[in-house]
Design a protein around this ligand. Structure first.
Ligand code: BES
Ligand code: ZN
Ligand code: ZN
Length: 499
């Protein structure tokens, strides 16, 4: 989708569909929406006063004014309550826009710059979220559909403040680049598990190479040399051997420290010998969403030219039951030297991430490590699909991630890693065991990872509840969401501006 800024009056803008936004409880639309309302003879304010439209977040109303504006259709979208407005509401409002555009087969959509009517919001930032929301909402995984999905090819953002034009254009551009990177990651997650095995994920990562990005893939032999006992064990049941995917982006000064992003890349999680039940197992193709997210974050960092050195480390395995699979009761010697007793082969994520964290630490001595993983079903119970779980060893890193979460709109909620939880993962036969019993499953999984972070500032995102959506909610269509790419890109941009 091409997105561009056009200056002028939206009333005169020719497009298949014109979009204006309205806050909840705004009886008489002001600003640009007000002038559009006047041009269509008060059709918008009439819809509000008649109760046809309230302005709630996610709401939309399609009008066919007939005359008054140059576009045949007018879509009013809700931005929610003005007091609760954040720029992420702009992203959310773009989902009904693109859905309406698809329904009426609109190729060109014109929109006023959303959110600019709220006081104190930077137009460039509003532009970024408008473009981001449009690109994300225009996405559909249609590889296996008999007919290609309808897509909007042009979005015209109509503004009339020439002073803001440079910032707004730049904001639009950055929103598009970010949205495209997120969608690239969503494609990897949406792909059927037979199309996305450890070798295919590695191949996908290789397409990122070029410019300041280099990609290295370590196969089984190298993993053996590295003594990656966790990754090798989990990967042993599959006919496709595991890979360790390492992507470097050198956007920062030479010699500036690395930021390491580690992502769980279980391309399909059957549970292994501790086999999952059949219901919902198909979903476990998204068990590589953390890995895909880290790769997509690197893609975004490179596209946005964030001036930092960032490395993504993605252990890619397929967790399968077979005659060669690892077993409950096995004791693994991980890359760190720590031994781990396997009590369930379904708690495999932590077994590959511990080696990836050790690898990142030993090879890159990073200033900080952040991992993302669809790690526990318990996190879905605790936080649902509203927020991801956040844990960490370094209060400053955690609070920076909380700030980035608020600014990006990708919600993250901190859970405690109290020492008392350690008891639950102590093993009788080895050092650690890979499950912590029934209680606090998300925290004991996080605690397990912490044991491998050493003294490197580390944080962990459990994205099990937010990486895939069953139902439309919060401006997300069902399917892969691309979490936590937007949060991490925001984190990196902020980190870059501070150092
Ligand atoms: N990939 C799953 C976690 C998961 C569950 C992600 C549901 C998304 C939705 C993970 O590997 C797993 O199976 N975890 C177990 C851990 C348990 C055996 C301690 C779980 O959550 O049940
Ligand atoms: Zn599992
Ligand atoms: Zn898993």
């Amino acid at each position: 989708m091409k997105i561009e800024l056009v200056t002028g009056d939206p009333v005169h803008q020719k497009a298949d569909l014109l979009v204006v936004g309205l806050f909840e409880g705004e009886i008489k639309p002001g600003g640009t929406a007000g002038s559009v309302d006047a041009a269509v003879g008060g059709a918008i304010s009439a819809a509000v006063s008649d109760g046809d439209f309230k302005g709630e977040s996610g709401e939309s109303l399609l009008l066919r004014p007939g005359k008054g504006i140059a576009s045949p259709r007018l879509l009013v979208v809700g931005l929610g309550k003005k007091e609760k407005f954040t720029v992420d509401h702009i992203r959310q409002a773009m989902l009904p826009v693109l859905r309406a555009a698809k329904k009426c087969k609109a190729k060109t959509v014109a929109t006023v710059l959303q959110g600019a009517g709220a006081d104190g919001f930077d137009p460039a930032l509003c532009a970024r979220f408008t473009a981001l929301g449009a690109v994300l909402s225009n996405y559909e995984y249609d590889l296996y559909k008999p007919e290609k999905a309808h897509r909007v090819s042009r979005l015209l953002v109509v503004g009339n403040d020439r002073k803001e034009a440079v910032g707004v254009s730049a904001g639009l551009k950055r929103g598009v680049l970010l949205g495209e990177a997120v969608n690239w990651g969503r494609d990897l997650v949406a792909a059927p598990p037979a199309d996305m095995r450890p070798d295919s994920l590695a191949r996908a990562a290789k397409t990122l190479a070029g410019g300041k990005v280099t990609v290295k893939v370590h196969g089984r032999k190298e993993l053996e040399k590295m003594k990656a006992g966790g990754i090798l064990a989990v990967g042993r049941g599959s006919e496709i051997p595991p890979r360790l995917i390492v992507v470097e982006y050198r956007g920062g000064r030479k010699g500036a420290p690395w930021i390491a992003l580690v992502g769980k890349g279980v391309t399909f999680d059957t549970g292994g010998i501790s086999l999952k039940k059949w219901e919902g197992m198909d979903r476990m193709k998204y068990d590589m969403a953390g890995g895909a997210g880290m790769l997509a974050t690197l893609r975004a960092a490179a596209a946005l030219e964030i001036p930092l050195n960032v490395v993504a480390v993605v252990p890619a395995v397929e967790n399968m039951p077979s005659g060669t699979a690892f077993r409950p009761g096995d004791v693994l010697r991980t890359m760190s030297g720590k031994t781990v007793e396997v009590l369930s082969t379904d708690a495999e994520g932590r077994l590959i991430l511990c080696d990836a964290l050790t690898f990142a630490r030993e090879r890159y001595s990073p200033s900080e490590m952040i991992d993302a993983a669809t790690l526990t079903g318990a996190c879905v119970v605790a936080l649902g699909s509203v927020a991801m779980g956040l844990m960490g060893s370094d209060p400053k890193l955690v609070s920076s991630l909380v700030d980035a979460s608020a600014a990006s709109g990708e919600k993250a909620w901190e859970l405690p890693l109290y020492e008392e939880y350690f008891e639950q993962i102590k093993s009788d036969i080895g050092e650690l065991k890979n499950i912590g019993g029934g209680e606090a499953g998300t925290i004991t999984a996080g605690y397990f990872l912490k044991e491998f972070a050493g003294d490197t500032p580390w944080a962990h995102l459990d994205i099990a509840g937010v990486a895939w959506r069953e139902k439309e909610r919060m401006g997300y269509a069902p399917g892969p969401t691309g979490a936590p790419v937007r949060l991490l890109v925001e984190y990196l941009e902020r980190a870059a501006s501070e150092r």
